[in-house]
Design a protein. Structure first.
Length: 302
């Protein structure tokens, strides 16, 4: 009996020892697997980070920045890259672009035609004539030159335009280089002058007093949506209820310079008194690519 009891106790101790050994081995295997998993995850993160960052960016942030600027310049976008973005840096760039533009702008289209804008019948009518000429598919320089010739011939108000012969108007337009549309435009100018005399006594200030002046402008022969935009853009300085007025062509120029394509945001870049000049200058940019290139080069410091 004693011998069997001793053998049973020995067997029990051997079994417990074997179980303990197996548990220890399992723990070691688990620990080894955990460490391997951690090492694998760490290696994966390192590889991912290495793929996501170019060697130039990892070794030299300055070189990466210079490369970005070169790529931006090559695409023709004004620099720095804040153009088109928001925030203090972008606003500073917008102001720099606008100032460079205003420093280099040509004379306004009305000034080029010899118009001294005032809220009186003759200058307002002359501005309307210029809008008729500019709204045709012809070079802006030819339209301005033709307007100057019409005024030099004494056709400075609605009465003198209506009283002139069709041939007188054609000849003046031809001298200004407005040859593609000289005959049809001479007819439009005569009919337009007669309508203005009949409805407003030749005084566009009476048109201004109507409930919807823009719609009233569209009744004038030769004035469509584009012509109405040109007229209101030019007179916004003396008809402030229409300011700020940046029409589609002005916004096209803003886009070319990387400026906001928003009337509200553009108007905040200059004082109120400079709205007409900025709108006119942006139209010059839309129509004259070299001017836009010159402005962007000045901002880049080229």
């Amino acid at each position: 009996m004693t011998s069997r009891t001793s053998r049973t106790a020995g067997t029990s101790r051997t079994t417990r020892s074997s179980k303990a050994t197996k548990a220890t081995q399992a723990t070691k295997v688990s620990t080894t697997a955990t460490r391997a998993s951690v090492r694998k995850r760490t290696a994966t993160r390192s590889a991912t980070a290495a793929k996501g960052t170019s060697p130039a960016a990892r070794t030299s942030p300055t070189k990466s920045t210079r490369a970005t600027k070169r790529a931006t310049t090559a695409r023709g976008t004004s620099v720095p890259r804040t153009v088109g973005a928001t925030g203090t840096g972008a606003e500073a760039t917008y102001h720099a672009v606008v100032r460079a533009l205003l420093d280099r702008r040509p004379r306004t289209y009305p000034a080029g035609a010899g118009i001294r804008l005032r809220n009186t019948p003759a200058p307002l009518y002359q501005t309307l004539v210029l809008a008729v000429l500019l709204s045709a598919r012809i070079r802006a320089s030819a339209a301005v030159s033709a307007a100057r010739e019409l005024f030099a011939a004494g056709l400075r108000d609605a009465r003198s335009m209506a009283d002139a012969s069709w041939q007188d108007r054609v000849d003046a337009l031809g001298r200004g280089g407005y040859r593609r549309y000289d005959e049809s435009t001479a007819n439009l100018l005569g009919r337009g002058a007669e309508l203005l005399l009949e409805r407003y006594g030749g005084d566009l200030r009476r048109l201004r007093a109507e409930g919807d002046p823009k719609r009233a402008l569209l009744d004038v022969p030769g004035i469509g949506p584009t012509g109405a935009d040109i007229f209101l853009r030019d007179v916004q300085g003396i008809w402030p209820e229409w300011a700020p007025y940046f029409d589609r062509k002005a916004l096209e120029g803003a886009r070319r310079l990387g400026l906001p394509v928003s009337v509200r945001r553009l108007s905040r870049l200059v004082p109120d008194r400079e709205w007409p000049g900025l709108a006119d200058a942006l139209v010059h940019v839309a129509l004259e690519k070299p001017l836009g290139d010159e402005v962007l080069s000045a901002v880049r410091g080229v």
